[in-house]
Design a protein around this ligand. Structure first.
Ligand code: ZN
Ligand code: ZN
Length: 135
């Protein structure tokens, strides 16, 4: 099948996924809002065996929020959010890194931390809404 490709804004970091993306999770928590500068972060979760870095792993920096389990990865050159470890078996992948052509058929299925979402943001899709985190 056609590989799903993703990259950061400066193209230094590139990766591919060997499976179509279907389900998108949006996290509305205050930490993700600061990280994105917007209304949250939208990610897909893929098994490790379907994910591969192509270039730029030397440009990846990971930041752990002190006293918290929140971790993010970003490109040290352009600052784009990057994929990271979701758990031992899976990666989370910010879907904004993937071109629309590779996301046909994908849709938001879950909204997390809706209880702390931005006051100005109205959720307008069919995704299920959760007050907290869902695994
Ligand atoms: Zn970059
Ligand atoms: Zn979050």
């Amino acid at each position: 099948m056609k590989m799903v490709k993703g990259s950061c804004n400066c193209n230094a970091v590139q990766f591919e996924i060997s499976l179509p993306i279907t389900d998108i999770y949006v996290c509305h928590c205050s930490i993700c809002r600061k990280a994105s500068g917007g209304n949250g972060v939208s990610v897909a979760v893929v098994n490790n065996q379907h994910f591969a870095w192509l270039t730029g792993t030397d440009k990846i920096k990971t930041w752990h929020k002190p006293n918290h389990d929140w971790v993010c990865s970003f490109c040290t050159q352009c600052g784009s959010n990057l994929p990271g470890k979701n758990d031992e078996q899976r990666m989370y992948v910010p879907v904004g890194l993937i071109a629309n052509d590779d996301l046909a058929g994908a849709k938001v299925v879950h909204h997390m931390w809706v209880s702390s979402k931005a006051c100005w943001h109205e959720i307008g899709d069919e995704g299920q809404q959760h007050d907290g985190f869902i695994g």
